[in-house]
Ligand binder design. Structure first.
Ligand SMILES: Cc1cc2nc3c(=O)[nH]c(=O)nc-3n(C[C@H](O)[C@H](O)[C@H](O)COP(=O)(O)O)c2cc1C
Length: 260
């Protein structure tokens, strides 16, 4: 073969492609288990950040140690009762929400989070202080502008005072809808009251800033500037998951049982 021939150039390019694709595929396969482990750790971290038990600088060791205070249970959303015959470790509500045998279609008038269907069962997380419940953490999700946002809402034992909200996965635009991750914005959620006196969820991410003297200020959070669609998405998803088609029955059973 001639030194500068077309055939040689194509052969070299072909061999280079083959070597690179083998390297990339090997790396992808070898790192898969680590990626899954890191994703699980990131979910735990975001859950704990919603509870304010850790901050964003927490190490893997701190996250895993703090997570030992978290008791995870599975709830049947329709009845609000705990389910004990499903493995907490392996149950995945996002996967179940896509399985026709394990999901329910959300009636459009109730679908404030615009997710169309949800799993019949969901995980709930209890942060314990001795034998007492200190916090209840609920997984939440719903549509923003570009994506479904997945996160956690932490409630006080009274089931109505919000302690924190944070998202571990979304595809909103950085600087616009992506400001849901801004610590200053997230800090506003702490202390907000999620329900009115009749236990209807009434949280609202307003357009602009909350007027502190307004009677509804206790239920409201500032809007994300230039991102009203994501802001409305957050309003919808929080109210959906706190409502009668979401965790409403579970929260009301919890109140009946006096928080235990
Ligand atoms: C490239 C691009 C990305 C955008 N990303 C978002 C977003 O993530 N969330 C959002 O609500 N609006 C986003 N918007 C703006 C929306 O189209 C819409 O104008 C906005 O939500 C209206 O909010 P405002 O009334 O606060 O301006 C984006 C617009 C552009 C051009």
């Amino acid at each position: 073969m001639q030194k500068d021939s077309t055939a040689k150039t194509i052969l070299v390019a072909f061999l280079l492609c083959m070597v690179c694709s083998v390297l990339v595929s090997t790396a992808a396969v070898k790192l898969k288990s680590r990626q899954i482990e890191n994703k699980k750790l990131d979910i735990k971290k975001n859950l704990l950040m919603a509870t304010k038990l850790i901050d964003s600088t927490a190490t893997k060791e701190v996250i895993n140690e703090t997570f030992k205070n978290v008791e995870t249970k599975i709830v049947d959303l329709e009845t609000g009762e705990f389910v004990t015959d499903v493995d907490v470790e392996t149950f995945d509500a996002v996967k179940a929400s896509k399985d026709p045998k394990r999901n329910v279609i959300i009636p459009s008038d109730k679908d404030l989070g615009k997710i169309k269907k949800r799993s019949k069962l969901e995980k709930v997380y209890f942060i314990k202080d001795g034998s007492q419940i200190a916090q209840i953490v609920l997984p939440v999700n719903g549509k923003g502008l570009w994506s479904t946002l997945y996160g956690f809402l932490a409630l006080a034992p009274d089931t109505k005072t919000i302690l924190g909200l944070g998202f571990y996965q979304h595809g909103e635009t950085a600087g616009l809808g992506g400001e849901v991750d801004n610590p200053k914005w997230k800090a506003q959620w702490g202390g907000k009251v999620a329900f009115d006196n009749d236990w209807n969820p009434v949280v609202k991410v307003v357009k602009g800033s909350v007027i502190p003297s307004s009677t509804n200020a206790q239920h409201q959070v500032d809007g994300l500037s230039g991102a009203t669609i994501t802001s409305n998405g957050v309003t919808g998803l929080v109210n959906y998951w706190l409502g009668g088609h979401g965790f409403g029955p579970f929260l009301s059973k919890l109140r009946e049982r006096g928080g235990n």
